[in-house]
Write a protein that binds this ligand. Structure first.
Ligand code: SF4
Length: 217
């Protein structure tokens, strides 16, 4: 089993429930959602001309469109050089791929898995994997993805974005406890104030992309 990987690195998770947790990010290549404010646009297209050796991806120093197929066995070897026990499978859109095997293997090796997804595809992973759903206005998440989520993190730029938030939340029929986050897009000050105001009114949580404030990857 192998996955098209753009980056793999250790850092501190800067968003949502696991904020502050030392984490290893596995960033998969490919995303059809194409949000115009996306800060990982280099992951959108899985172009053959950008397919490089796994060594080049492991040693990558700056962001680029380059990616490589890396097997789970290789991933397990790479992980040994770091201390974190929390793995974030991100993208791109990681749920373009079947993540059941990788999440199960990682758990048997003592790792906790988290997937960050827009929810446009079925989420195929272990039952213990923490699902961070971040719905995007340009492609609505599947109902199944919403139901599977442990936290829902809404990116907010303008007041009107809240209509989308209420629309998604009002259609959830189950009683599962999910943590609701509002996250201002790209450290936008106006968006931050909107999020603070609504989080206080609704008793939701604020996610501020801590990594951008402390200037880490
Ligand atoms: S879903 Fe995520 S990776 Fe895809 S375009 Fe939007 S922000 Fe970027």
């Amino acid at each position: 089993m192998r996955y098209p990987i753009n980056e793999i690195f250790q850092t501190i998770q800067g968003e949502g429930y696991y904020t502050g947790t030392p984490s290893i990010f596995i960033r998969l290549q490919g995303c059809p959602v194409h949000c115009n404010w996306c800060d990982t646009k280099y992951t959108w297209i899985c172009d053959d001309k950008d397919n490089v050796s796994s060594k080049e991806i492991i040693n990558k120093k700056q962001v680029s469109k380059q990616w490589s197929f890396i097997t789970i066995e290789e991933i397990l070897v790479i992980l040994k050089k770091w201390t974190a026990k929390h793995i974030v499978i991100s993208g791109g859109e990681p749920c373009l791929y079947n993540l059941l095997y990788i999440t199960k293997i990682l758990e048997t090796k003592g790792y906790q898995c988290q997937i960050e997804t827009s929810g446009i595809k079925n989420i195929i992973c272990s039952s213990n994997t923490w699902i961070t759903l971040s719905p995007k206005k340009n492609m609505k998440p599947l109902n199944e993805s919403i139901i599977r989520s442990n936290e829902i993190k809404f990116p907010i730029l303008k007041q009107e974005d809240l209509l989308y938030v209420y629309d998604i939340l009002s259609n959830i029929k189950d009683t599962k406890k999910r943590i609701i986050y509002l996250q201002p897009i790209s450290q936008n000050k106006k968006a931050l104030n909107i999020c603070i105001d609504i989080c206080i009114k609704q008793n939701w949580k604020l996610s501020v992309q801590l990594h951008k404030y402390i200037k880490i990857q």
